[in-house]
Design a binder for this molecule. Structure first.
Ligand code: 13P
Ligand code: ZN
Length: 275
């Protein structure tokens, strides 16, 4: 089967374009990766090239040995993915030690996988383990309002989670485990990958101060929907803060406990502090 005709590639391209339409991907901002199922790899194996050399990942991900990923290319623009996917995205294979990768398809005009490959793969490794192989999508976007909040709120998981929960009733149902925050770090390397993947042990959202957001999910819809929900709530909070620093009313800790009961979610008490 032609790689571009597969359901997972089409879903990947649609999600990238949805993100661009939201305004989250200026220039080459953001990156996306998807872990293929063995069945999907079998379906395209005759279309994969094995001419490329192995390249060090820059970190070690033994839990992903032999896995295949569809990833965006470094420096490639999300707005071009829908127009010329073969030039903007690639399928890579991770070696048997989880230390090197090689390109098996795509990036036909040259290039390398995203500069955030360390973070994507370390997040995938954690999520594969803690979700019992269910999560397959890692998404990084430059979400405007969430970035703006990292200049206004203390960079603490408890504060960001509570503020985002309060600004849209759906939030504690969509991300009951909360969100993690990484203070400003140099992007594109192992240190920020370690810090982010540590948060992914307990959260599906990691906010990078003054930079953007990472989300994890089982499929494209769920992962995009999570990013969209967090960013929408951040937009509401930015609007509130823009009008007045004072709120007349909001959702209270006991309201969240009542909601948790009816919606069958567990909301950690550490987020339900008295203000
Ligand atoms: P890449 O073009 O290398 O994916 O980098 C974009 C980005 O958002 C870095 O954080
Ligand atoms: Zn970025």
């Amino acid at each position: 089967m032609r790689v571009l005709d597969t359901k997972f590639v089409r879903g990947f391209i649609k999600m990238a374009d949805d993100g661009f339409q939201q305004g989250w991907h200026e220039r080459n901002g953001g990156n996306l990766s998807y872990r293929l199922t063995p069945h999907e790899v079998d379906g395209i194996s005759s279309r994969l090239s094995d001419r490329e050399d192995w390249t060090p990942i820059g970190t070690s991900v033994p839990g992903l040995a032999g896995e295949y990923f569809l990833v965006t290319g470094s420096g490639k623009y999300f707005r071009n993915i829908i127009v010329d996917p073969e030039a903007c995205i690639a399928i890579i294979e991770v070696d048997s030690k989880g230390e090197n990768y090689r390109i098996r398809w795509g990036l036909v005009e040259g290039g390398v996988p995203t500069s955030e490959l360390d973070t994507h793969l370390m997040n995938h490794e954690v999520k594969k383990r803690v979700t019992d192989n269910k999560h397959r999508v890692i998404y990084h976007a430059h979400t405007t309002n969430t970035i703006a909040l990292t200049f206004l709120l203390p960079l603490k998981d408890e504060v960001f989670t509570r503020e985002l929960w309060e600004c849209a009733t759906e939030c504690p149902v969509v991300f009951p485990e909360g969100v993690g925050v990484v203070g400003w770090m140099v992007p594109g390397g192992r240190d920020i990958a370690i810090a982010t993947s540590k948060l992914m042990e307990q959260y599906n959202v990691a906010i990078w101060a003054h930079h953007g957001m990472f989300c994890s999910g089982v499929d494209f819809d769920e992962t995009f929907g999570l990013m969209h929900t967090v960013e929408k709530s951040a937009e509401i909070l930015i609007k509130i803060l823009s009008v007045s620093p004072k709120r007349l009313q909001s959702i209270q800790p006991q309201d969240f406990r009542d909601l948790a009961k009816d919606f069958h979610v567990t909301l950690p008490e550490k987020f339900l502090y008295e203000k």
